[in-house]
Write a protein that binds this ligand. Sequence first.
Ligand code: SF4
Length: 80
Amino acid sequence: KKYTIVDKETCIACGACGATAPSIFDYDDEGLAFVILDNNKGTAIVPDEYEDDLQDAFDGCPTESIKIAEESFEGKIIKA
Ligand code: SF4
């Protein structure tokens, strides 16, 4: 079970994650990524079928702005 959230403070709007995992990530008006599933609160379990895409997006983010955890982020970016 995985949760994900984007740190929009460090995202550089490169566009990689939405291309890699379009079911999980989209971009706001400034091009910064957010998690579609829960409006970037990190509270929605990522569906199993998207987990590979999530891992690829995580690996491909140049700024390590994509966070993944096994517990809900509860709206907060900082969690191991
Ligand atoms: Fe932002 Fe990383 Fe997604 Fe690029 S891959 S848009 S830096 S979260």
